[in-house]
Design a protein around this ligand. Structure first.
Ligand code: F6P
Length: 462
């Protein structure tokens, strides 16, 4: 079996088994099965004066974890700059927040070159390389320019934007050509893939047939691979005896309806709009005052970036405003916490919540929506209120699908969720539950890797 090499911006710690999310668990599983290597940023910053990046290798269960320290300048230009102030907002349809600087773009390419330079000597001829997410789009080009001919796949975890938006990037053509250097490019949903195909046809006059494109003497396969969760693991977490945090929560609720949201504190998640919708719900249906509690769990993220400091302030103000307006001396409609909660405790919180509220303005997939379903009691499930702009909405058709910009619409959906009888909850829930049992993260890993290994790379004659 070919050895697998995974590359992602962040790499989990070798011993860390359950804290870093389903994707890490699944990739680690695939790496351990085949033997492999995982390369990415260590999260550490090294002194600018050191000429070579510090590389640390740790081996555990058949896998080499190779992490690279970056300089402060790398972090600013590559991670905070081009990846998170140019690509992230634009790919989430927020051109107004997009800050493009040539210096950042150069830093982005420089870090990709550094990763390629460190990885290339570690690669054996039949290794298969799987690169993850928008931080590393140019990696295959950099590896190919160092002479590597291995099969290389890329999976984009976030949306691919509409052509008009992507072409705002001054280096859009270069990035698109970077993607063509992979053998397989995977997207979360068909509309994301179609956006890329439209761009290729219109801007690069490239032919795409049967999901395969031919350009610059190469053939690249495109495909849709909706990422998922370790469904069985979540089901087991949710069935296990309740953790202390879940008992504290249930005790404090005193029988009130719980509507739960869990998001990184990111402007793409639609948290201020959601809080407004909760206010509208209480305004339209005052009978729910003192009977309803919304819990927003939102660990802070990417704090060095000004737009993230701004969303932090905005959410805190919105929650304070709604609590001030609708709350009472013994009840506040919104509980807002900035910490992250471990996955097994989270499963209990999901199960305690009659409503899961997942309303991003745009999202590649959104695994919280899937985790919420997996954690429900199959005999008495809750209701998922889900943004139609999350990739998960393409699969979780039993959710109450909402437009997160439509505050009244979300308020009405919250009411429907509160009132929904058991038979309707079951008929919505059961097909989603069955779907997630079948299409779990292991299936996702296997599907992507078998597609990557299926087609031999065909060099076209010029
Ligand atoms: O889903 C997009 C993504 O950037 C992932 O690549 C990453 O693991 C996650 O969001 C968290 O982002 P960050 O590593 O910037 O905190």
């Amino acid at each position: 079996m070919a050895r697998l090499i995974a590359v992602s911006n962040r790499v989990p710690k070798p011993g860390e088994r359950y804290t870093s999310g389903g994707l890490s668990v699944a990739l680690r599983n695939a790496l351990e099965r085949r033997g492999g290597l995982w390369l990415g940023w260590s999260g550490q910053i090294q002194d600018e004066t050191v000429s070579e990046p510090r590389v640390t290798t740790q081996r555990a269960h058949n896998v080499d974890y190779v992490t690279v320290d970056l300089t402060k300048r790398d972090e600013e230009e590559y991670y905070n700059g081009f990846a998170n102030r140019a690509l992230w907002p634009l790919f989430h349809h927020r051109p107004g927040l997009t800050e493009f600087a040539r210096r950042d773009m150069a830093g982005y390419y420089r870090v990709n070159q550094t990763f390629a330079r460190i990885l290339a000597p570690l690669v054996q001829p039949d290794d298969v390389i799987w690169v993850h997410d928008y931080h590393l789009i140019p990696l295959a080009s950099e590896l190919r320019s160092l002479g590597l001919k291995n099969r290389m796949g890329f999976f984009l975890h976030i949306p691919w934007p509409a052509q008009e938006l992507f072409s705002i990037l001054p280096n859009h053509a270069r990035l698109a050509i970077n993607l063509i250097n992979y053998d397989l490019v995977g997207f979360q949903t068909k509309p994301h893939m179609d956006n890329f195909i439209t761009y290729l046809k219109d801007e690069m006059d490239t032919k795409v047939e049967g999901g395969e494109l031919e350009a610059f003497g190469r053939r690249t396969q495109l495909g849709v691979f909706p990422i998922s969760i370790d469904t069985q693991e979540f089901i087991q977490f949710a069935r296990a005896p309740r953790s202390a945090i879940a008992r504290r929560l249930e005790h404090s609720l005193e029988g009130k309806i719980l509507a739960l949201s869990v998001d990184r504190l990111d402007y793409s998640k639609g948290i201020p709009q959601r809080i407004e919708a909760i206010g509208r719900f209480l305004e339209l249906y005052p009978e729910y005052k003192s009977r309803f509690t919304a819990l927003q769990v939102a660990p802070t993220t990417r704090e060095a970036i000004p737009e993230y400091a701004e969303i932090n302030r905005e959410v805190a103000e919105a929650a304070g405003r709604i609590n001030g307006r609708f709350g009472d001396i013994d009840w506040a409609p919104i509980r807002y916490v900035n910490k992250s909660i471990g996955r097994s405790a989270l499963a209990h919180l999901y199960r305690a919540a009659k409503i899961g509220v997942v309303t991003p303005l745009r999202d590649g997939m959104n695994l919280v929506a899937k985790e919420y379903i997996a954690a429900q009691d199959p005999e008495n499930p809750g209701v998922l209120v889900l943004s139609r702009f999350a990739g998960a909405a393409k699969e979780l058709r039993g959710a109450l699908l909402v437009n997160p910009y439509d505050i009244d619409g979300v308020a009405h959906a919250l009411r429907s969720a509160c009132e929904m009888p058991l038979d309707e909850r079951l008929s919505r829930f059961l097909p989603m539950y069955a779907h997630l049992k079948k299409f779990n993260v292991h299936r996702w890993t296997d599907d992507f890797l078998s597609a990557l290994m299926r087609e031999p790379q065909l060099a076209l004659t010029a």
